[in-house]
Design a protein around this ligand. Structure first.
Ligand code: UDP
Ligand code: MG
Length: 343
């Protein structure tokens, strides 16, 4: 595909997509007029996160008459934040907006973000969800709990209800690209960098089509990633657990000695059993916590990329053909080999 991108691209819009076939037509229909009306050079980086449906071929269909649409394909499903990383690292714009594919974040807000960034001279513009009434009660409450816990744990000035809809300047992108972090959680990482920032409020809409790609399992995983990325507090929890169980056992020992002296011989089995169970339980929890962090150290030392880019439609290789579903990306000649987080 011939690249028609000018050398200086003002705006990149990065959109991670996992099995989003159903929503792409609506997304294109709404996003393109907004971006065309901005009057700046832009690119849309659609990151296909190893979709198993027709996302890639549908994207290429749209790309035929929308030259600014660039398709980045990850070899396998690597998760929302990894797909975002791939997009942010590859985006070329002076400003980079990240957006969900499902139109929950209204594309119209991009114009306001860009205006605010330029007028106020800030590097980061957060999209802050003013109204989430279209989200389920469960999602709203888990989100509230998440932001509350993260504020306490992370200790940075975290804008509440700011998800992954935000605008970043080239300076921020360059800092992010240099960070060695393997699995960044951007909604915490970006505020922690301390760049001048502003907020733009928007109403969160309902998903335009398709289903959520964030089941409970992934939400829990994100919460744990966020916690462990930013805080060793869970390790201290292990210390606290250990200390309180130690105190409890001290009390039990005193009780046992008192019982012995006062002649009330207790059969002893139950208390022994409970004490052993309790202690081994606490020890296992502490070991597990240590293991989690050791695992992260191991993963960091191994230094494997969090994602592999299989295809980037911007790489102008003559025989780089769009890959349809089922094609083996790794075998076509135009593919990068293992371009990863630091690639
Ligand atoms: N997503 C992704 N990889 C994944 C899961 C999700 O790229 O493994 C994308 C998804 O296509 C969407 C965005 O991340 O563009 C947010 O996902 P979703 O809207 O399903 O999450 P929710 O809004 O329900 O929290
Ligand atoms: Mg969504």
């Amino acid at each position: 595909m011939e690249s028609v991108l000018p050398r200086t691209t003002t705006l990149s819009v990065v959109i991670p997509m996992f099995n989003e076939t159903a929503v792409i037509p609506a997304l294109v229909a709404r996003l393109r007029p907004v971006l065309d009306a901005l009057g700046v050079d832009y690119e849309v980086v659609a990151v296909d996160d190893g979709s198993r449906d027709d996302t890639v071929s549908v994207l290429f269909d749209h790309g035929r008459d929308w030259p600014q649409l660039r398709v980045l394909r990850l070899r396998r499903n690597s998760g929302h934040q990894a797909a975002l990383t791939a997009g942010l690292h590859r985006a070329v714009g002076q400003w980079v907006v990240s957006l969900d594919a499902d139109l929950q974040d209204p594309p119209e807000t991009i114009a306001e973000m860009l205006r605010v960034a330029r007028e106020d001279g800030v590097d980061v513009v957060y999209g802050v969800r003013a109204d989430r009434s279209t989200d389920t009660v469960f999602k709203r409450n888990t989100a509230r709990g998440y932001y509350w816990a993260m504020r306490r744990l992370v200790g940075v000035d975290l804008p509440a209800q700011a998800g992954d809809f935000r605008l970043l300047s080239r300076d921020v992108i360059e800092v992010l690209r240099r960070l060695p972090e393997r699995a960044p959680v951007y909604r915490l990482l970006v505020p922690s960098l301390g760049f001048p920032s502003a907020e733009v409020r928007y109403d969160r809409e309902a998903r335009a089509a398709g289903e959520t790609k964030y089941p409970l399992r992934r939400m829990v995983a994100l919460a744990w990633e966020s916690t462990a990325n930013f805080s060793a507090a869970p390790l201290r929890l292990a210390t606290w657990l250990g200390m309180s169980s130690f105190l409890l056992c001290l009390a039990l020992i005193l009780f046992g000695m008192f019982a012995h002296v006062s002649g009330t011989t207790i059969p002893g089995w139950t208390s022994m059993f409970v004490a052993v169970l309790l202690l081994s339980g606490v020890q296992l929890v502490c070991l597990g916590l240590l293991g989690e962090y050791v695992g992260r150290i191991y993963a960091t030392v191994q230094n494997r990329p969090a994602f592999h880019i299989g295809f980037d439609s911007r790489d102008e290789v003559p025989d780089a053909q769009p890959v349809a579903r089922g094609d083996d990306a790794a075998r076509t000649p135009s593919f990068d080999s293992a371009v990863g987080v630091r690639g």
